[in-house]
Design a protein around this ligand. Sequence first.
Ligand code: ATP
Ligand code: MG
Length: 221
Amino acid sequence: MSRQLTLALSKGRIFEETLPLLEAAGIKVTENPEKSRKLILPTTDPDVRVIIVRASDVPTYVQYGAADFGVAGKDVLLEHGGEGLYQPIDLNIAKCRLSVAVPAGFDYASAVRQGARLRVVTKYVKCASEHFAAKGVHVDLIKLYGSMELGPLVGLSDAIVDLVSTGSTLRANNLVEVEHILDISSRLVVNQAALKLKRERLQPILEAFEQASASQAPKAA
Ligand code: ATP
Ligand code: MG
């Protein structure tokens, strides 16, 4: 049985915020993906390697077993559906929220109250359609892959559904948050077959991740 473990991460905040968790498991990544063009990075553990993939591709690599485990945002997991994935731990990293935002001055509440048909741009079509369906709001959803903020500014839509953390991108584009749909953080996802077949190698890493992330979580009041 192979002892080799492959961890799928995306560049940027998820990679950066996963490093301390890996270190808690005694593993250091020995190359920086921001500087290297390599897509497969070695670590100080000869049995563990990291692959660098697009954030929204992490669940796919893990689902098909090309990676044994990975770190993905709840937003990405909800859109993917989570098929074939075991999701044991909320890592409490890459925190943000999924929200509805509109141009300052647009009366969202009365548009909704009057049963208007809203045009909404988003990358998160599944979450957005469930949200508006539950509220009984009629929407035309337009899928975009980036820069959602531009949609209402150029007349593509009335509103956006996007991730917000500080709100500075919204403010810079004269948009205001009018509805909070969901709190988002990143989760550890594990391939279900790998969990059984490589349990001996995986278990200590999962435990270290769990402990390290619990110590970062806000304490209950
Ligand atoms: P790409 O930038 O390649 O189009 P992406 O936007 O999904 O893809 P990242 O920006 O690295 O990739 O985001 C990765 C994950 O981090 C998201 O899926 C989400 O869970 C979380 N995230 C995104 N934006 C923020 C933010 N502003 N603050 C905190 N976490 C965020
Ligand atoms: Mg991004």
